[in-house]
Design a protein around this ligand. Structure first.
Ligand code: IPD
Ligand code: CA
Ligand code: CA
Length: 262
């Protein structure tokens, strides 16, 4: 599968930042035992990764806009195109030395995500998709799972932490979902949760209180792999609402009904 010129730019940026993050991750593993802990070091690594990505993307496409979790938004000369970047998704995992985190880069054109990359450097798994061209992991084509029986399905979610306000809803979701399924996972990186749905590893995923940079690339992965993505409220745009349901074709309807409790 020949990737577009923009996709090559995105993959190069994700791999370059990923390489640096892997080096820093080794340091983080050492810092676990220090009294101060790795917190400040990780914040610096996170910001440095975004700066690196921003610079590479700007050099390659000087007219595009940019929005990143760490450094904020920058309008481009071309108002129709912008990069949406989470340099390190799964920060809490990274901070604790858990090798499950990713670089997420999406390109939006006229309000629609047209290309997405989610790169897991610790496993060297690069998930990527272009609108209308399918979804891939490294060289392999991705398809959502073919399961149709909820009781055989595994669903991923993100549980609210710290000041998040949706704990009551999440606990009710779990009470409805767990008895009907093979289980729920909470691995801690929304971009990879979506990539894993695209890869058929999870059968579905739901979460609330997300930001565009957590999910922009992952949403395209799922739909290009033949899956479905909707906002929790079906009238909303999933990217803007930050509360979404994603799944395979065989169980999405039942799964979405359970989550929405209808
Ligand atoms: C977080 C992760 C996590 C999700 C959080 C996100 P971050 O992103 O994607 O899985 O549950 O809501 O904020 O902070 O690690 O980039
Ligand atoms: Ca994130
Ligand atoms: Ca982040």
């Amino acid at each position: 599968m020949a990737a577009s010129a923009n996709m090559n730019v995105m993959q190069r940026a994700a791999r370059t930042a990923g390489r640096q993050l892997v080096k820093d991750f080794r340091e983080v593993e050492q810092l676990q035992v220090s009294a101060k802990g790795p917190g400040d070091f990780v914040s610096r690594a996170d910001r440095a990764a975004e700066a690196m990505i921003r610079k590479m993307l700007r050099e390659a496409r000087p007219t595009y806009g940019f929005v990143g979790e760490e450094g904020g938004a920058e309008e481009g000369e071309d108002p129709t195109r912008r990069w949406i970047v989470d340099p390190l998704d799964g920060t809490t995992n990274y901070l604790h030395g858990l090798p499950h985190w990713a670089v997420s880069i999406a390109l939006e054109h006229k309000g629609r995500v047209v290309s997405g990359v989610v790169y897991d450097p610790a496993k060297d798994e690069l998930f990527w998709a272009e609108r209308g061209e399918g979804a891939w992991m490294n060289e392999s084509r991705l398809r959502v799972s073919g399961r149709t029986r909820m009781i055989e399905c595994i669903f991923a979610t993100g549980l609210p932490f710290a000041a998040k306000t949706t704990l009551p809803q999440s606990l009710k979701d779990l009470a409805r979902i767990l008895p009907e399924t093979a289980g729920v996972r909470r691995f801690g990186a929304a971009s990879l949760d979506l990539a894993y749905v695209a890869a058929g590893r999870y059968d579905g995923y739901w979460e609330r209180e997300l930001n565009a940079w957590d999910i922009a690339a992952g949403l395209l992965l799922v739909t290009e792999a033949g899956g479905f993505v909707e906002a929790m409220d079906p009238a909303d745009n999933p990217l803007e609402s930050g509360a979404l349901i994603a799944g395979n074709a065989g169980t999405f309807e039942r799964f979405a009904k359970l989550i929405r409790n209808v």
